[in-house]
Design a protein around this ligand. Structure first.
Ligand code: GLU
Length: 471
């Protein structure tokens, strides 16, 4: 039986493997790897029934090589110091892989949010923010939280409101947190960004014919069968965009169980069914599987773990049939399971790349908040007028007239959401090609995960080299 290593040790094992392919001094690698600061706070919560409870919460800032540090806040009973440090480290590497200029951070509150009322959750979130302010663990240029497992736009709005109330920093205050509601400085497309990034990343990977040939499958996403584990914000959006992109979603799992139909599930219908019934189980036209872990073992081309860490271990890896493992969650595959999958020839698209769509769009939101102007606003009318002039010129030269429909379609200047999504598409594509190139440059031993760490180490090392501390 595998003793699953502490999460942070797993991340560091992957780091050390990649470090071996670089020539940096051990002291520099150690500095990059270590978690710079961790704040463990406890505070009392007066429940609605008058009882007092102690809440445990953390914020870890893994690396300050770039500022601010950046990373989500999760609400889960599994939250502990090791997990938050590991996730903060993954944020550092993720940002470096994507060329997003932040250090890594992560926060967590050890609660099951289902057990608390809306007003209790508000008190917890505000008190947590107050503690972060007190210890200088939040600010547009210091550390910028975002949503993660168990949190969303509502909590981000509360964080902003508390920050606004307690700090004098009014001009740039909006940039103290990302993933906010659009009406409060949030960005169109941030909510679906991680899932959309998973889709763009998988599409890019599947388009390399020679890589697919090695897996014994045809190139392209079209017709690929996919099982998604986790139907939260990331899992739902990944499934939705993958289906729209031509993949067939044959299985969906959530904490209470899973559903399966080898001919495909309609993701939107499953979502509406879940909204009505509180669960995906017993969805018409699909077989219900009681144990959600069994869903990982279903026959499919692509398995998308989109829930939590340590889902694929050496215990269940032998039953996994998927040829591609797409890490939409952070740390879903243990290092031991990774090695077994790799030996079997599976393609693992690592979390350090694949789920970075969220933080990439958070970066756009942060930039937007600091610049105080929505993307596209300044140039849109000018762009539309230039296109109109061009079309008139074409009409004059060719003697042909464009239909009204063609004019509207071609003249239309970019909306914020279109700009955000196309930048995300570009970022995902460029980063995939970079890590794939690093993998291919090494004769053997380097897979996409190690390649992503190698890229991250180079990017971070440069920041330290510039300081002149290391030779
Ligand atoms: N929580 C997300 C992640 O793990 C997003 C972080 C952010 O947007 O800062 O990548």
């Amino acid at each position: 039986m595998e003793t699953v290593l502490p999460f942070f040790e797993q991340v560091n094992l992957n780091f050390d493997k990649a470090g071996g392919y670089t020539n940096y001094p051990p002291g520099l690698l150690e500095q990059i790897k270590i978690c710079n600061s961790v704040y463990h706070m406890t505070f009392p919560l007066k429940r609605d029934d008058g009882k007092i409870e102690t809440i445990h919460a953390w914020r870890a800032e893994h690396s300050h090589h770039k500022l601010p540090t950046k990373g989500g806040i999760r609400y889960s009973t599994l939250v502990n110091e090791d997990e938050i440090m590991a996730l903060a480290a993954l944020m550092t590497y993720k940002c470096a892989v994507m060329d997003v200029p932040f250090g890594g951070a992560k926060g967590g509150i050890q609660i099951n949010r289902e057990m608390y009322s809306v007003s209790e959750l508000e008190r917890i979130t505000r008190r947590y923010t107050y503690e972060l302010i007190r210890k200088n663990f939040i600010g547009p240029g210091i550390d910028v939280p975002a949503p993660d497992y168990g949190t969303g736009a509502r909590e981000m709005a509360l964080i902003l409101d508390t920050y606004n109330a307690l700090t004098p920093d009014k001009l740039d205050a909006l940039a103290c947190v990302t993933g906010k509601p659009v009406e409060q400085g949030g960005m169109y497309g941030r909510k679906e960004a991680t899932g959309l990034g998973v889709y763009y990343g998988l599409r890019e990977a599947c388009n390399f014919g020679e890589d697919m040939k090695l897996l014994g499958i045809s190139p392209g996403l079209e017709g690929k069968t996919v099982v998604v584990q986790g139907f939260g914000n990331v899992g739902y959006h990944a499934a939705k965009f993958l289906q729209e992109g031509g993949a067939i979603i044959t299985g969906i799992a959530e904490y209470a169980g899973a559903i399966h139909n080898s001919r495909g599930l309609d993701v939107e219908k499953v979502e509406s069914y879940r909204n009505e019934n509180g669960s995906i189980l017993n969805f018409a036209g699909a077989a219900t599987i009681k144990n959600p872990a069994d869903a990982l073992e279903l026959e499919c081309d692509i398995l998308v773990p989109a829930a939590l860490e340590n889902q694929i271990t050496s215990e269940n890896v032998h039953h996994i049939k998927a040829r591609i493992i797409a890490e939409a969650a952070n740390g879903p595959v243990t290092p031991a399971a990774h090695d077994i999958l790799k030996k079997r020839g599976a393609l693992i698209i690592p979390d350090t790349y694949l789920n970075a769509g969220g933080v990439t769009v958070s970066y756009f939101e942060w930039l937007n908040n600091l610049s105080h102007v929505r993307f596209g606003r300044v140039g849109r009318r000018f762009e539309e007028n230039s296109r109109k002039d061009l079309m008139i010129a074409i009409e004059k030269i060719t003697g042909k007239r464009f239909s009204e429909e063609e004019v509207t379609q071609l003249v239309h200047g970019p909306e914020e959401k279109t700009l955000v999504n196309s930048s995300l598409e570009d970022t995902m594509s460029v980063a995939y090609n970079e890590i794939r190139e690093i993998r291919n440059q090494h004769i053997e031993g380097v897979d996409l995960r190690t390649a992503s760490f190698i890229k991250a180490i180079h990017k971070i090392a440069i920041s330290y080299m510039e300081l002149g501390i290391f030779p």
